[in-house]
Design a protein around this ligand. Structure first.
Ligand code: EPU
Length: 428
């Protein structure tokens, strides 16, 4: 099956000043499904994954699995993978282009005891090292060399071990995923300390346990994995995307509207909803639905990004867009990635007043925003520009929305249904 990836130079044209009102269906989680797709490499049997978002990152991962020899079918929502016969060497260029693909390393090692995977590059939000992934895999007995842009890993035996995975900025999400998957088929017991607690890790552990793995404690900093000989095929439904839900929640508040987030999990959104409420938005969780509406005023709030359950770095840019509208000063501190403020200069093109001081952005909000041409630099930065464009007066054109297509399913269609005046302009 061919996995088409949308043209790359499209832009969004937004006519601002509309209030978003109505209901939006939240898609499956990108950051949950990518490691789950990698986990299908752990078995020769067929896995069926439902509620899969149709994103360019997902299609990229389909291509990577195919390049490893797996049979992959994707109908835009249900994904079927059969990795009966696979090789341990992935397509260099595909893997290099998508950072999330590093999580094939753990499953390839576990299944084949050897893997050669291109080193993912840094990206615009920071250098993004993988030393913790390698440290964890080495602790299980893997020999690893980095050579000619490849990580070459070899593990005649994988043995359970005590692994401490905390780093400079706290735990690592995909590093935790890699070690979980490798340890699932190791001999003996692995105790993973300072593990990432993100809901996406719980979803991966649920998937692995359904395959026959023995994992306890996912969602807490200490995870215990008792290795098993073999894993089997499984059916699984991916959790809703908490960052997509958070993005629409912020868009509702920024536009002065009211949006019901269908299928969202409020229990995954604690820090985001808390900050929105502090900023003056109203949150209604009655009857199992989650509705976010703008209050009568917006207040500035200070935010520091942290590992889960703290405020997510993946919502920092969107909150910055909201803070541009709140009269007063807010301080936004980024503690996970060192250079994740590329959206600040673009927001300033719309009239925002933002100063960067080290890891903090000082936002002096409340100045009127007016439309301009802006450039998306990464996935969440793009979302922030779209939110600001909807709140601004006049026309905003957001270029390079291929960043957005990596992680938001048909965002412009969903926004239009809520009343936004937004259209995709095909690139040359
Ligand atoms: N880090 C290291 N060494 C490592 C790995 C990470 O020092 O070996 C550092 C990073 O440089 C960063 C911190 O640890 O300072 C946390 O990075 P983490 O490893 O947790 O990030 P990731 O697993 O590569 C995932 C998401 C990101 C999200 C981060 C943090 C996927 C596919 N990606 O990346 O999502 O920002 O966790 O929550 O799950 C996005 O969706 O826009 C996105 C960037």
């Amino acid at each position: 099956m061919m996995f088409r990836i949308a043209p790359t130079m499209d832009s969004f044209l937004i006519e601002g000043g509309t209030r978003l009102c109505g209901e939006v269906q939240i898609s499956g989680s990108k950051n949950a499904v990518l490691p789950i797709m990698a986990a299908t490499l752990l078995t020769a049997e067929t896995c069926v994954i439902r509620h899969v978002p149709d994103l360019s990152d997902v299609r990229f991962m389909c291509r990577i699995l195919t390049s490893l020899g797996a049979q992959v079918e994707f109908d835009g929502s249900t994904l079927t993978v059969c990795a009966a016969k696979i090789t341990g060497t992935g397509d260099y260029d595909l893997i290099r282009k998508m950072r999330g693909s590093i999580c094939i390393l753990g499953p390839l090692l576990a299944r084949l005891r050897t893997a050669s995977v291109s080193l993912p590059g840094g990206c615009v939000i920071g250098t993004r090292p993988i030393d913790l992934h390698l440290k964890g895999l080495r602790s299980l007995g893997t020999e690893i060399h980095v050579e000619g842009g490849y990580v070459k890993a070899h593990a005649p035996e994988l043995n359970g071990a005590h692994v401490f995975l905390g780093g400079r900025a706290g735990p690592t999400v995909l590093g935790t995923a890699n070690i979980l998957m490798a340890a699932a088929l190791a001999d003996g017991i692995t105790v993973l300390e300072s593990a990432a607690c993100e809901p996406e890790i719980i979803d991966l552990a649920d998937f692995l346990n359904a395959m026959g793995a023995r994992i306890q404690g996912a969602g807490s900093p200490t995870i215990t994995i008792t290795g098993v000989r073999e894993l089997h095929g499984v059916e699984h439904e991916v959790i809703p995307d908490r960052i997509e839900a958070g993005t629409f929640a912020v868009a509702a508040a920024a536009s002065g509207g009211q949006v019901t987030l269908r299928g969202a999990r409020p229990d995954h959104l604690g820090a985001v909803l808390d900050k929105l409420q502090e900023a003056g938005a109203r949150i209604d969780r009655r009857g199992g639905a989650l509705t976010v509406s703008a209050g009568s005023f917006l207040r500035p709030v200070d935010i520091t990004t942290m590992p889960y359950s703290g405020f997510p770095t993946d919502m920092q840019a969107q909150l910055m867009a909201l803070m541009c509208l709140a009269p007063g000063t807010s301080i936004i501190t980024e503690r996970i990635f060192e250079s994740r403020f590329m959206h600040a200069s673009e927001l300033m093109r719309l009239g925002a007043d933002i100063g960067i001081e080290g890891p903090s952005a000082i936002v002096k909000g409340g100045k009127p925003l007016s439309g301009a041409e802006v450039m998306a630099s990464d996935l969440r930065a793009s979302a922030a520009l779209v939110i600001a464009g909807i709140a601004a007066s006049g026309k905003t054109q957001v270029h390079r929305v291929y960043h957005l297509d990596r992680g938001y399913e048909r965002m412009e269609v969903k926004l239009e249904k809520l009343g936004a005046r937004i259209q995709r302009v095909p690139g040359e």
